[in-house]
Design a protein around this ligand. Structure first.
Ligand code: SF4
Length: 74
């Protein structure tokens, strides 16, 4: 699993940090920082929740490999 963020979309709501604090850190003012871009399966449920509940859909996942996750905006 790989996780990436579009910082242009991130508004610092910190939902992701609440869902997966070992993977995401959000400063009081600013954008999310990904602490672990390739989180293990032990936190996959938390990371999936973070991606799902991010209010601006700034986060995206890839299941594996090196290809970046498509954003599906086309
Ligand atoms: S939940 Fe989304 S908008 Fe909020 S800090 Fe995390 S990535 Fe940014």
């Amino acid at each position: 699993m790989k996780v990436s963020v579009d910082v242009d979309l991130c508004q610092g709501h910190a939902v992701c940090q609440a869902e997966a604090p070992t993977v995401f850190a959000v400063p009081t003012r600013g954008h999310v920082e990904i602490l672990d871009a390739s989180p293990g399966s032990d936190v996959s449920a938390e990371v999936e929740n973070a991606v799902r509940y991010c209010p601006t859909q700034a986060l995206s996942l890839a299941d594996g490999g090196d290809a970046p996750s498509p954003k599906g905006t086309d």
